[in-house]
Design a protein around this ligand. Sequence first.
Ligand SMILES: O=C(O)c1cc(C(=O)O)oc(=O)c1
Length: 309
Amino acid sequence: MSEFTKTPGWLDWYAGPSKPRFQVPAGAVDAHCHVFGPGAEFPYAPERKYTPCDASKHQLYALRDHLGFARNVVVQATCHGADNRAMVDALVHSGGKARGVATVKRSVTDEELQAMHDAGVRGVRFNFVKRLVDFTPKDELMEIAARIAELGWHVVIYFEAVDLPELWDFFTALPTTVVVDHMGRPDVSKPVDGPEFELFLKFMRQHPNVWSKVSCPERLSVTGPKALNGEQNAYQDVVPFARKVVTEFPDRVLWGTDWPHPNLKDHMPDDGLLVDFIPHIAPTAELQRKLLVDNPMRLYWPEEVTQKG
Ligand SMILES: O=C(O)c1cc(C(=O)O)oc(=O)c1
């Protein structure tokens, strides 16, 4: 029994997801997911902004197998702050089938970074979403970025679309590959060719080190329909945005379930139906293979990628 009480209104992850109709290519990577605790073993951080339900590594890997994925990238969730033990424990017990993205402070030692590297961590996450984290000074983040660059790691950034102009100079000064969570959270009620999303596309066009996760339609969608009850055409309002990114930058996109879907307020999607969303945004077998296999392998398991040509 955990001593933690969930945030009021918390939606637990969807039990008994359907089997996807879309069969992901062999070797597919779920490149954005989390573990929560379990709180009794890996307590949630005192500075957290929400208290989730537990979501263990065993449950994550059972979902991986059920959905037909081969590997995971486990991203440190903000409810664990800069205590990476639950995430690292998931990597260590994955049989080499999971890599991770950590959250660290300036005080992290070189030995701690090396230990995380040995466990499979390949990136750090900088979070600018105000409801999730307190502000970390940019000079501190830049110092961390310079240190992790030495290890060949990258930086994952999470921000809201309206904040991109203010963060632009910082993001474009980062010395590593930069991976944007959830397409920079576009407001999909605005036009796909409007100034807000154009700025995001310009960010990717002008900076070839910037990648994007085309994840979280369930979070971004305004009009649905929801990925529930067998719905095969879920989150139609997100499709033009994600498809635009996938087709324009096919070698710099990643996809992830975002399981266990922290902080959803409206509904909890059936993860099997979320997988069925993929062919709507990556319509060809080649785009699907790049999105689900080639790109995440190049970023997270480069030593397993055979050099071509
Ligand atoms: O939008 C969110 O609430 C959210 C939260 C977290 C986290 O708490 O780490 O991660 C995500 O990818 C998304």
